[in-house]
Write a protein that binds this ligand. Structure first.
Ligand code: PHE
Length: 459
């Protein structure tokens, strides 16, 4: 059997898993969801869900991975005696689907980095034209995918872990410095007020659902990333504290991203937070204008720094998305990693073409979807993937609690955490995994299917 590799240290694992979690979901999606979902009230719910719902799912995924030492398809096949490998299959497919469109957005960020370096701040006013520039979007997405594949091809300790160890600390320094700088801008206070003062009448079932979905996506759950990463983790490590640290890092970075972005947006809008460009354009439209107002030199520095930060955050997530299908091909089809990455990333690039040209380049792929939540292929891929993650998450916890059985899960968690059963964490996790997570995820899955695909909003 091919050598699978492993993380070389506890810190390496935590940084890699946090790197997977911290991504476009935190820096690009979280702020615009906050904008759509009524500001601070959304933030409060997001924080709550991350710990109550997501942390238990993360513990479960890592435990399944470490127990079996296998990719998600192999892991469910083994623990479920062949009958449950469909959960791994759906997860692996969802990961490929996410990567196929995620790479497109990461490509925009890379392109914007270059535009900022050239001082072309006007790109913000021409976001639509930018996303339809075939040569640019193709080149940048190819570059991004190639870098991702190169890192994954280098293996676990020598690729994924090494990159996370460099990029994650750099990212934290960058985001904290940018947020500190954003505080000094005019109108920062208006931006922070919008972000931090909850208006509880903005809370309705749709924003609750949005916060829950966002927390789930942001923590890379429901498709097996954490199963794959867990399969490379030593038995000596404590899964519960590692998961808590990853969850904490992820929510902290999403929170700081908001502290940075809303002052920038307020600065750009002269303090008026009523008519935000929300949705995907929040950052790509508003921020270059904000950087332009900082003057040519400072604007280039801050702008380039900002989009570099996004590219770094995206890269540590794209490698985790690619790792899932790659480790399947390596484990089960016995293809060497250095070759497997290129085959798999080629397939993903092809799957991503509709998203790539579906943001304005091709009229058909931009307008042919007739679903309530999406008209273009990029949003369609994103909605479909979101929905599949919820289904995957539901299957994962239900499987762990009732098929694999809780006592086996507990036995796995005791490796590296001997007195686990005497702790409060074990009591909380027991209830969460048996009841809270399956119930909430099933409910949310049904609500999302109804609203995304049938336009029926029960709430
Ligand atoms: N968590 C990543 C983000 O916030 C996205 C992701 C989802 C990565 C699922 C891996 C698996 O951007």
């Amino acid at each position: 059997m091919a050598v699978r590799g492993s993380f070389s240290s506890r810190a390496g694992f935590i940084l890699a898993a946090a790197g997977s979690a911290v991504g476009l979901g935190n820096i690009w999606k979280f702020p615009f969801e906050v904008g759509l979902g009524g500001g601070a009230a959304f933030v409060v719910m997001y924080l709550g869900f991350a710990f109550i719902l997501c942390f238990p799912v993360m513990v479960t995924e890592i435990a399944i991975g470490r127990k079996t030492g296998k990719n998600p398809i192999g892991a469910f096949g083994e623990l479920g005696h062949g009958r449950w490998s469909f959960v791994g299959k759906i997860g692996t497919f969802s990961g490929m689907l996410i990567l196929s469109y995620y790479n497109v957005i990461a490509g925009w960020a890379l392109g914007y980095l270059v535009e900022m370096l050239m001082g072309n701040f006007d790109v913000g006013n021409n976001f639509g034209a930018y996303t339809t520039n075939v040569v640019k979007v193709v080149c940048y997405t190819v570059v991004f995918m190639t870098v991702t594949s190169y890192v994954v091809g280098r293996g676990i300790a020598g690729g994924i872990e090494k990159v996370a160890k460099i990029l994650m600390p750099t990212l934290i320094i960058m985001i904290v410095s940018l947020a500190a700088y954003a505080f000094t801008l005019p109108y920062a206070f208006e931006g922070l007020k919008f972000y931090l003062v909850p208006e509880f009448d903005e809370i309705n079932a749709a924003t609750v659902g949005g916060a829950l979905r966002q927390a789930f996506f942001s923590l890379s759950l429901g498709m097996g990333t954490m199963i794959a990463y867990g399969s490379y983790l030593s038995k000596k490590e404590n899964i519960v504290t590692a998961s808590a640290l990853v969850t904490l890092t992820d929510v902290m970075i999403a929170f700081i991203a908001g502290l940075m972005i809303f002052p920038f947006v307020a600065f750009n809008n002269g303090g008026d937070m009523t008519n935000l460009v929300s949705g995907p354009g929040l950052l790509f439209v508003n921020l270059p204008n904000a950087f332009a107002s900082m003057g040519p030199t400072l604007g280039v520095i801050v702008g380039a720094f900002f989009f570099l930060l996004i590219a770094f955050a995206a890269l540590t997530s794209t490698v985790s998305l690619l790792e899932v299908p790659v480790c399947y091909v390596v484990d089960e089809l016995k293809v060497v990693r250095s070759k497997a990455v290129w085959y798999v990333s080629g397939v993903i690039y092809l799957i991503g073409i509709p998203s790539l040209i579906g943001f304005g380049i091709s009229d058909f792929f931009s307008n042919s979807i007739v679903l309530p939540a999406s008209t273009d292929w990029l949003s369609f891929a994103a909605s479909l993937a979101d929905t599949l993650l919820l289904f995957g998450g539901f299957c994962i916890v239900t499987f762990a609690a009732y098929v694999w059985k809780k006592e086996n899960l507990v036995a796995e968690l005791k490796n590296g955490f001997e007195n686990y059963e005497e702790t409060f964490a074990s009591k909380f996790l027991n209830i969460a995994i048996s009841y809270i997570c399956p119930a909430l995820l099933a409910l949310l899955f049904v609500l999302v299917v109804l609203s995304h695909f049938f336009g029926i909003s029960l709430i």
